[in-house]
Ligand binder design. Structure first.
Ligand code: NAG
Ligand code: NAG
Ligand code: NAG
Ligand code: NAG
Length: 463
């Protein structure tokens, strides 16, 4: 006959071994092997563990893991051994371990611990940044900072932030000028501040950069980023060099199928300037539905939205030279066309153009030298946007009977020659705007690039 203290002592030993092994679980890939090793080594656990649980909260699964069972997205989940907190626990304890040497009164002791699995999903940290939900130890191991809880309190909201000279292989890393733990301040050095981004998984094909904040020096009068430059190298498609203010904008970068890293650099030089940036880097799997089509530097979803060229700003922005990129809009279900209008510009300019026309600065590609909207390849040889088969009417012909236009430039947004802006329609899928500028802004002062509102057009509209 075993005495009660001996049974309790044995259980304690099991727990110490189990906790020790849990701490050794070091990644998603080793999860299954660790679990089966664990079950082999602690046979008593496998039966206790194999019992079913009920009342699972969202994204948090209790310990019903069987080595062979498939629970959907279990490849993206973790185990931790944590003090039990879930209110539904009592329902499980009575059904466990019958005839396995643990009596029911001992199950009260087991309830001190439970095994929890949760998705490594995005979480909102206490500081307002987005993190990933990990067990606390896993977060530290990956070089993150614990900032709040997630998964009903079982996980730590893990925020990754890196600054000059660092590298990362973590999804959702923030690249900042000074690190998230030291907010504020500015970067006034000269040189190159760069982050090397390694794929967090081999099946990553794309990065999305969210410019939560992006303040670099403005380009030269010619639109050339000759003091400050944002440079992406190692991408599989060409990424233009940008500078100026791009807060709130975003960028997609194709990274190809090999495992070479991408380097994101902030090159700063010239006069003193109060620079700052905070760029969130999300890694996107090749087969992720959220992946942008190849070659789309900007990608917008939703029936309506706003598309801005880089460094667009009504008051202080300036068109960047040597740009060549495509902005794409996902064709939403049951939509066949798209309507673009220049953004509202409350701050109409009066000193550059004749005050009688009071044009908007929301579309200003070849200003001053041009008057009004200009269309066609011959008329727009330097800076332009391309909207496939653009018309004001929404039909394939312009009002005068001419065929639709692809190329638009000038300082008024209109697919016909005019001094007044007009909505412009395109019924060519996919919905794309290509933007081209050359390296010469001589005589072109005042150019800002463009800001266009888009609204997708239902297929039912008779054209
Ligand atoms: C236990 O399960 C019963 C039904 O099976 C349910 O009504 C009850 O709410 C559960 N108790 C807890 C604490 O979750
Ligand atoms: C990175 O995180 C985002 C947001 O949580 C997620 O949608 C994406 O699938 C993750 N990427 C990878 C490669 O896991
Ligand atoms: C966090 O993620 C959510 C959902 O993806 C997004 O709407 C939100 O803007 C993000 N917040 C930050 C601070 O990035
Ligand atoms: C730049 O544009 C101006 C005005 O159009 C032109 O006179 C000049 O030759 C151009 N310079 C170069 C290098 O193309």
């Amino acid at each position: 006959m075993t005495s009660k203290p001996l049974v309790v002592g044995l259980i304690l030993v099991y727990f110490i071994i189990a906790v020790h092994l849990t701490l050794k679980i070091d990644g998603v890939d080793s999860f299954r092997s660790s679990v089966s090793r664990w079950k082999r080594q602690i046979p008593f656990f496998s039966s206790w563990w194999g019992s079913s649980s009920t009342n699972k909260p969202d994204n948090v699964r209790r310990s019903s893991y069987h080595g062979s069972s498939k629970q959907g997205h279990s490849s993206n989940s973790y185990v931790s051994f944590l003090p039990d907190k879930l209110p539904s626990y009592q329902n499980r304890s009575t059904s466990t371990n019958n005839g396995k040497g643990v009596s029911e009164r001992d199950s009260r002791f087991l309830s001190l611990f439970t095994l929890v699995k949760f998705d490594n999903s995005e979480c909102l940290s206490t500081s307002g940044d987005n993190g990933t939900c990990f067990p606390q130890a896993e977060c530290y191991r990956r070089g993150g900072a614990v900032n709040g809880r997630c998964a009903k309190g079982y996980g730590a909201c893990c925020v990754f932030s890196k600054t000059c000279g660092a590298s990362t292989n973590q999804n959702g890393t923030y690249f900042t000028h000074n690190g998230l733990t030291n907010p504020g301040g500015s970067f006034d050095g000269t040189g190159s501040c760069q982050l090397t981004v390694y794929k967090c998984s081999p099946d990553v094909c794309q990065l999305r950069l969210d410019f939560d904040s992006f303040v670099l020096a403005q380009p030269s009068i010619n639109g050339i980023c000759n003091n400050d430059q944002f440079i992406v190298s190692g991408a599989s498609t060409a990424v233009p060099i940008i500078c100026g203010v791009n807060t709130g904008n975003h960028m997609y970068i194709d990274v190809g199928v090999d495992n070479s890293p991408v380097t994101i650099s902030m090159v700063t030089s010239g006069p003193t300037y109060s620079r700052s940036w905070k760029i969130k880097i999300t890694q996107i799997k090749c087969r992720d539905l959220g992946k942008a089509p190849e070659g789309c530097l900007q990608y917008y979803r939703g029936v309506s939205g706003v598309i801005r060229s880089y460094n667009f700003d009504f008051t202080s922005g300036q068109q960047l030279s040597n740009q060549d990129y495509t902005s794409c809009v996902r064709v939403e279900r049951n939509f066949c066309g798209i309507r673009y209008t220049a953004c509202n510009d409350n701050v109409q300019f009066s000193n550059i153009q004749p005050t009688t026309t009071q044009r908007s600065r929301a579309f200003f590609l070849t200003g001053q030298g041009q008057t009004g909207s200009v269309t066609g390849a011959n008329q727009c040889p330097t800076d332009w946007i391309t909207i496939p088969c653009a018309t004001n009417s929404g039909r394939t012909q312009q009002s005068g009977g001419a065929v639709c236009q692809d190329r638009i430039c000038g300082d008024v947004f209109n697919s016909e020659t005019s001094t007044n802006p007009s909505p412009v329609y395109s019924y060519v899928k996919p919905f794309r705007i290509h933007y081209h500028t050359d390296g010469n802004e001589t005589g072109d002062t005042g150019n800002r690039g463009y800001c266009l509102n888009y609204i997708q057009q239902p297929c039912s509209i008779i054209r």
